[in-house]
Design a protein around this ligand. Structure first.
Ligand code: R7I
Ligand code: MG
Ligand code: MG
Length: 357
């Protein structure tokens, strides 16, 4: 087990990684972009380098706004509390509706408010004629749940809190499983023992498959064999073997849009592939390489980079996140405070169930 100081650094970097990925990635979010050229990313990095304290920071978007609500609700109650979390999402949306929320999810917030939170899961279950949103809004905000569940050392608890947190806005199976997969990637990165450079990327994917495949089978009619996440994870194993790195091709094969299925695997692949150097991406530090590589995938860049940043942060720790990024991305100090609160919960004695409602 990593020592306490190292673990704290990794808790912090999980939430900070999510913030910096969101803030930097948001400069490129464009659903039609098949990839982002390195030169365009370089311009934003150079802009950040030119900033002085007091200058405008790079603003965060809905990804971070919602992540903050997840973290504050969990730490306030020391457990998952459905109504409290729904209220936090909703009041945060109405306080700052211009953070770039998905179009459909705002209907959920309006209905929650109008119904005075009488049944917090109902509005989400009514989305898209009852099939629920398969957007990546559940996965993009899930990293605090991985930190919260760490002390229980139980995938069942992690899964349970992920599902409940996600279902408040996204009841579609793929929206939920995307959040479970993303939280699992953070959890596994956080659990890695030994030097980060020794991470076995092939085993990492195997462990994800071992978690997600049974859930996909469980959620499918017996006659069908639908396992879209497992299929993408299996593809990733092949790509990792050959070192495949062309962003446009990866984005085409794994996806780069706002659906959970077409973004969570891409974020995980970005993290894993960036363990090694990448042609055309002259970045030496693996944490930075992971986040910037995620941005090159194009499409939903803020969300993909934010999810990659959370996983990479959980492995590499805060020391590996550039100081400039920490100073000039909005919300980093708050992310550190929230990580510290989650770390306090983690250090508390075990023995609770992790769920109240
Ligand atoms: O998932 P969500 O919170 O959006 C997150 C994305 C991230 O990229 C953020 O950075 C932000 O830009 O938005 O919000 P939703 O509105 O639930 O889902 C996002 C979009 O996915 C919707 O607006 C739809 O375009 C699409 N979508 C669906 N389309 C058809 N049928 C989600 N579910 C469906 C569906 O069932
Ligand atoms: Mg966003
Ligand atoms: Mg996005």
């Amino acid at each position: 087990m990593a020592d306490s100081a190292t673990m704290l650094s990794r808790f912090r970097a999980t939430l900070v990684g999510a913030v910096v990925g969101d803030c930097i990635g948001a400069n490129f979010e464009d659903r039609w972009l098949p990839f982002v050229p390195w030169n365009d990313i370089k311009k934003v990095l150079q802009h950040m380098e030119s900033l002085s304290p007091g200058d405008d920071e790079l603003p965060f978007t809905d990804d971070t706004a919602m992540t903050r609500s997840v973290a504050s609700s969990l730490t306030e109650h020391g457990a998952f509390h459905s109504r409290d979390m729904a209220e936090r999402f909703t009041s945060e949306y109405f306080r700052e509706p211009g953070r770039g929320y998905g179009r459909a999810v705002t209907v959920v917030f309006k209905k929650l408010k109008e119904s005075n939170f009488s049944d917090v899961y109902k509005p989400a279950s009514e989305q898209f004629n009852g099939s629920g949103s398969y957007g990546n809004g559940g996965a993009m905000r899930i990293s605090p749940v991985a930190l919260f569940a760490k002390k229980y050392n139980s995938f069942e608890v992690l899964k349970d809190v992920c599902e409940k947190t996600t279902k408040l806005t996204h009841s579609n199976k793929n929206g939920i499983l995307g959040a479970v997969l993303q939280a699992s990637a953070v959890d596994l990165a956080l659990s890695n023992q030994g030097p980060p450079a020794d991470l076995n990327v092939d085993h990492f994917v195997d462990k994800l498959i071992a978690r997600i495949q049974p859930l996909e089978n469980e959620a499918t009619e017996k006659s069908e064999t639908m396992q879209p996440y497992t299929d993408k994870l299996l593809k990733m194993k092949e790509f990792l073997k050959t070192g495949k790195s062309n962003s446009e091709q990866i984005a085409e094969d794994l996806g780069n849009d706002v659906s959970a299925l077409d973004s969570v695997p891409t974020a995980i692949y970005s993290f894993l592939r960036a363990q090694e150097s990448i042609e055309g991406l002259p970045v030496k530090v693996p944490f930075e390489r992971a986040v910037l590589y995620a941005i090159t995938m194009g499409g939903d860049t803020d969300t993909i980079a934010s999810m990659t940043g959370a996983i990479a942060g959980a492995l590499y720790g805060l020391e590996n996140i550039p100081t400039t990024w920490q100073i000039f991305c909005e919300g980093v100090p708050d992310a550190i405070k929230q990580a510290d609160e989650l770390f306090k919960l983690y250090k508390k004695a075990e023995g609770q169930s992790g769920s109240t409602a």
